[in-house]
Design a protein around this ligand. Structure first.
Ligand code: TYD
Length: 212
């Protein structure tokens, strides 16, 4: 099973990724946590280029770089792990490209979706949690993180992040089965509980299907 976390920078994805992984491990599942862009040697090299403030990157080139990093991760790590029955939890995945490059950068949505689909093929998440937060709060949270120097993506304007957030809302509206839009302003415990309930439901359905 592939589970992904999404949201604008500062919404708390990493916290929930780790909490969910710990819970699943405690229930006996083999779990692998990945982050995007990154988690393979090539994808981490592409990540360094993408986040480097010295780089001037054209929006379409940026789209291809994120998708190149993801393609390598899918082929090298995610697909084999899923075939081995592991649960893969990804801190960002394809929907980040939809929201950031599609809505944030304003690229043609149909073209963006086509490139994403070409890169990931059938490796689509069973559940995606969008941690939704108003942009001002997210930027303030991010600003409080210790010694954080803004990377190339984080240097974008507030309007950019407003568009990204709107992209996530559109994504959730279009994929009500898969995408769960959650209020990231809620306390961590309650939110994590809701995430676990949804994941438990999917796991129960999967084992019922295996028995049938
Ligand atoms: P990261 O440090 O992982 O951000 P965060 O801690 O907020 O998850 O950096 C990834 C940055 O790249 C983040 O600003 C979102 C952006 N991004 C895209 O624009 N498109 C993508 O497809 C992905 C995966 C990330």
């Amino acid at each position: 099973m592939l589970i992904t976390f999404e949201g604008i920078d500062g919404a708390g994805k990493s916290t929930h990724t780790v909490l969910l992984a710990e819970w699943l491990q405690s229930r006996g599942h083999r779990v692998r946590i990945l982050r995007e862009p990154g988690s393979t040697q090539l994808s981490e090299a592409i990540r360094r280029v993408l986040l480097d403030v010295q780089q001037q990157i054209d929006s379409v080139a940026e789209l291809f770089l994120f998708c190149a990093a993801r393609r390598q991760l899918v082929q090298e790590v995610i697909r084999p792990a899923l075939e081995q029955g592991e649960i893969v939890i990804c801190d960002r995945y394809a929907d980040s490209t939809f929201a950031y490059q599609g809505y944030g950068r304003g690229l043609d949505i149909a073209m963006v979706e086509h490139v994403i689909a070409y890169a990931i093929e059938d490796v689509v998440p069973q559940a995606t949690f969008v941690l939704d937060l108003d942009v001002a709060t997210a930027l303030a949270r991010r600003g409080r993180r210790a010694a954080d120097v803004a990377d190339r993506m984080e240097g974008a304007s507030r309007q950019f992040f407003e568009r990204v957030r709107a992209g996530y809302h559109a994504l959730a509206a279009r994929n009500p089965q898969r995408v769960h839009l959650l209020d990231a302003a809620e306390p961590v415990e309650g939110l994590q509980e809701r995430i676990r309930t949804i994941v438990a439901g999917i796991l129960a359905r999967q084992s019922a299907e295996r028995v049938a």
